[in-house]
Design a protein around this ligand. Sequence first.
Ligand code: SME
Length: 161
Amino acid sequence: MAEELIIPVGTDRKEIYDALIPQISGLIETESDLIANLANITAVLKEAFGFFWVGFYIAKEGQLVLGPFQGPIACTRIPFHKGVCGASYSQQKTILVPDVDHFPGHIACSSASKSEIVLPVFHKNGTVAMILDVDSDQLDDFSEIDAAGLQSILTLLERKL
Ligand code: SME
């Protein structure tokens, strides 16, 4: 396992995602423990992009339950249909929110969170295993570049589910 993350400097997000994908693949490929892999993925994303909050909510006990994350403390349980996380889970799709104040039902774990992107992670049988939630303290901080880059990372993870 590589001990050091190599993050290209002075490049755009697409190039950073491109550099991270093989490194994340290397990090998780020989580790079978799910929580360890989720923890390292959140650490990579936090270190590479400095996101305000990045973490997983795992579908269990009829709810989304907080999993490994990086950032300030967060809500521990989210109902399947509540907030951006619940919308991504129940609609089984990526949701990009440029301004959380304009998303009906947004759950404000922190008032500093201004925009976010949430992506579902699928089991092989097509059900949603968990969601990845990335929050920014800047408005309109996420684009299709993030949707594609994060999706590529989650595809690596889905192979191990
Ligand atoms: N923003 C989420 C809640 C989770 S926290 O932001 C970490 C939502 O509305 O679903």
